[in-house]
Design a protein around this ligand. Structure first.
Ligand SMILES: NC(=O)c1ccc[n+]([C@@H]2O[C@H](COP(=O)([O-])OP(=O)(O)OC[C@H]3O[C@@H](n4cnc5c(N)ncnc54)[C@H](O)[C@@H]3O)[C@@H](O)[C@H]2O)c1
Ligand SMILES: O=P(O)(O)OC[C@H]1O[C@H](O[C@H]2[C@H](O)[C@@H](O)[C@@H](O)O[C@@H]2CO)[C@H](O)[C@@H](O)[C@@H]1O
Ligand SMILES: [Mn+2]
Length: 433
């Protein structure tokens, strides 16, 4: 059987080791020859590389590392991307600048997501160009955020490239929570879902007999929290899943993605935020440190036994998807793809997040049908924000940026949008004209 070559861009990511573990645990279904880690920051990737080597040695998979785009991708079959342009240091600014103006300060939503997009799109486009120069047929599966903006940009810059796939693990993490509460496995459930990235809704959830379990889940959400085991130790995620229960209780209809909390209750979110200590600070103090300690342990002991390294939903989902592409499995995955009429009353060409059937020929989105006024209204406005944001990024266009932020439900006011943009322009050198 063919053995596949994988490149992980953002090899120094906090998600790389669990992803490598998932790849190595899955080689019977998805054989691997080589995993190359690519990053721009040696201080982040070196230890991850050494720990990955320890893990891969007994399985006979080669681990390589690279710090330059040239030659990294030749021979690659799959490129997984999880870069964080500007690092957690810039994420901190993305969050704190909007908060200083009493707007939501978040990694991917609102003004913070806009600022992150300004950096991320540039780097992702450069990497995709390098991949296509060296491995024209490789599947590129992108997790790098803000995935909504990155997806709109890659679809625009590489319009005919159906082998670029944008992905998010949030709907899957939510489903894991539902599955655990129901005492089943996520893989036995078939969701129906539509929206934009970090801006969507579950409409149905079928069990293996075809029964829709979503009405029961909605009822259970009104009675309490349903969150995945994996996130229960993290107090920020506990609060987020409490908000999911609130959203499901407040509004009749579909069950929202957790990220809608930022758009539906922006004042509340700001009131609960610490302007001096945001999620970026928590990630630096906790996850980043934990990954460093884990690497030290693995390298020192030459084994992952006792290190606490576990697979997570992030790595699991991308490896399941790559396996489906490689093995022509025709399984369903929620992915970010162009609206080719599957939502007939929504903007054609918009990058929508919907279930797709995945085979070796790529993703075939499943028809959604017309969506109701409330969802359509929210999505059209958010999509307009996404389009204008990509205009602003690709053309360094201040006017497009100002209109984009004005359309965003977490900003709204033109004066506020202007103040935030001017702060971004000064503190982050965006050179918007
Ligand atoms: N789509 C999703 O649902 C999803 C889920 C989780 C994380 N993510 C994203 O995955 C990324 C990684 O998250 P993290 O918390 O592990 O971040 P991190 O900062 O720990 O790791 C990111 C790595 O990317 C590297 N990097 C930055 N710019 C690069 C470039 N141009 N080329 C190559 N490498 C580069 C950094 O040096 C760093 O090692 C982020 O974009 C995050 O938002 C997405
Ligand atoms: O604040 P962070 O960096 O901890 O997380 C932000 C990301 O949150 C989502 O991903 C979750 C995922 O849903 C969860 O199951 C687990 O794997 O953790 C991930 C990160 O904490 C979201 O989908 C991403 O887009 C965000 O980057
Ligand atoms: Mn996501």
């Amino acid at each position: 059987m063919k053995k596949y070559n994988i490149v992980i861009c953002g090899g120094g990511s906090t998600y790389t080791l669990p992803m490598v573990k998932t790849l190595l645990d899955n080689t019977e279904k998805f054989p691997i020859s080589n995993i190359t880690l690519f990053d721009t920051d040696e201080s982040k990737q070196q230890k991850i590389y050494q720990a990955a080597q320890v893990m891969a040695a007994p399985i006979g998979v080669d681990i390589a590392q690279s710090y330059q785009l040239a030659e990294t991708f030749s021979g690659a079959d799959f490129v997984f991307m999880q870069i964080r342009s500007g690092g957690l240091e810039m994420r901190e600014l993305d969050e704190k600048i909007p908060l200083a103006h009493d707007c939501v300060g978040q990694e991917t939503c609102g003004a913070g997501g806009f600022a992150y997009g300004m950096r991320s799109v540039v780097d992702v486009v450069d990497i995709v160009k390098a991949v296509r120069g060296q491995a024209p047929e490789a599947w590129i599966i992108n997790y790098s955020n803000p995935a909504a903006i990155v997806a709109e940009a890659t679809n625009r810059v590489f319009p005919n490239d159906r082998k670029i796939i944008n992905l998010c693990d949030m709907p899957i993490a939510i489903l894991d929570g539902f599955a655990e509460a129901l005492g089943t496995e996520r893989q036995k459930l078939t969701p129906r879902y539509f929206g934009l990235n970090h801006f969507g809704w579950f409409t149905h959830l079928y069990d293996e007999q075809g029964n829709d379990l979503l009405p029961g889940i909605k009822q259970r959400l009104t009675e309490g929290n349903m969150m995945p085991e994996e996130l229960k130790e993290d107090s920020d995620w506990v609060k987020t899943f409490e908000q999911l229960s609130k959203m499901a209780t407040d509004l009749k209809g579909h069950i929202p993605n957790t990220y809608l909390q930022y758009y539906l209750y922006p004042e509340y979110i700001v009131s609960k935020s610490d302007k001096n200590y945001t999620r970026a600070n928590a990630v630096m103090d906790n996850r980043l440190q934990a990954v460093q300690d884990q690497c030290d342990f693995i390298i020192e002991n030459n084994t992952i036994e006792g290190s606490g390294l576990e697979r997570g939903v992030h790595g699991t989902y991308i490896v399941e998807l790559a396996t489906a592409l490689a093995m022509n499995e025709k399984k369903e995955f929620i992915m970010i793809v162009p609206n080719t009429g599957i939502i007939p009353n929504f903007s054609y060409g918009a990058m929508v997040e919907v279930p797709c059937v995945v085979s070796k020929n790529g993703a075939e989105p499943i028809h959604v049908g017309e969506i109701d006024t409330f969802y359509k209204g929210l999505m059209e406005s958010q999509y307009a924000y996404e389009k204008l944001t990509v205009d602003a990024i690709l053309n360094r266009d201040y006017d497009a940026a100002l209109k984009a932020l004005t359309l965003n439900r977490t900003v709204v006011n033109v004066d506020t949008a202007k103040s935030i943009l001017d702060a971004f322009n000064t503190q982050m050198q965006f050179n918007l004209k």
